[in-house]
Design a protein around this ligand. Sequence first.
Ligand code: PLP
Length: 425
Amino acid sequence: MFMDMEPFIYKNNTRYCEDVALADIAAEFGTPCYVYSKAFLSARSRAYLEALAGHKHLVCYSVKAASNINLLKILGELGLGCDIVSGGELFRAKLAGIPGEKIVYSGVGKTAAEIRQALEYKILFFNVESAAELHLINQVAAEMAVVAPVAIRVNPDVDPLTHPYISTGLKENKFGIPIDEAERIYLTANAKLKNIKFVGVDSHIGSQLTNLTPFRDAALRLRVLIEKLSAQGVELKYVDLGGGLGIKYDSESVPEVQQLADIFFDVFSGLDLTIVLEPGRSLVGNSAVMLTKVLYLKQSLEKNFAIVDAGMNDLLRPSLYGAFQKIDKVCLLANGSSAIPQLNYDIVGPICESGDFLAKARALPQLVQGDLLAVGSAGAYGFSMSSNYNSRARAVELLVDGSAVTVIRERETYEDLVKGENLGC
Ligand SMILES: *Cc1c(COP(=O)(O)O)cnc(C)c1O
């Protein structure tokens, strides 16, 4: 039901976010801009919470998907926690009012300073990705005279059947500790490292998974490990199954959150565990569009280029992964777009790179200069992956709630671009 919640619909041939026309937003705030729907964020959060109701659980939103503190605050008020991967994300979570007991900390390269900050904030647990990291956490915790709660992120060696750049659970990936070694590390560290307490086990096998079998396979391997450890006196309280659930970018079919939850209930039945999930994309991915304007049209013998005012610095996924994101005209003609001939366009940005495109050979109703386009599914890994490359100021982020529009991050200025650069040479 929540899966089908669609805040970006056409009314009278013009596209809306909730009750606000996207064309009005572009006129007032300029392009490029990111437009998020609060109703969608709430619906997806409730979908997770309701799917897990009846079982001890914690839903920790993966901050890196979209990191704006206003989004974190909304999710936090709905009862979600955060999954962080850096001290910067911890800083954001704190500003958004997320309590430490709802934060888990993942990532392969935590520094001593970051570990200290997380211990000071009393996070729920660290997801530890190597034996060396376990030793550092133990050492920092000893210096602070505290005991650090940890889970080991195991690499279950299952193929998530997704894009290689977003696969993390195969043994050739850099993430986690191979599941065969994990048991030994739990047992030796449990005996030797006095400032560590094992509270859980974690796995995150990849992103944009549209098939549930790899989740089940990973969970089954975790259960075996949990039971072996329990038999040897290491009782875990949390099983963290990461994020990774796929979303609809085009016409692919994607599983419901409830189907995912039911797999975990089934696999872990009879064990007294709190289920932790770390969804990113599946919470926020379809909560936003990015609006961009056609600056120029250009024809070569082979191609129609539409040069738009958003580039790979604003939205990297198409360039980085060859990812498909839907692109629609915001305003259709009154007699319906089907009346206009379709052409194939390469939608490209202003960046000086041939890899700078939002779409290739995309069929769209014939465009004219000044047309407004909405790039769909821009909520996850959209703004959060944006950069200042080519000295372009990053876009404004806007939140729509019914008929209200709030600036949740101002468009950057030229002054912002040179902040911290001093003419000291
Ligand atoms: C990125 C990430 C997630 C979120 O993944 P999605 O595919 O966006 O749900 C969860 N956990 C960890 C450890 C991650 O690195």
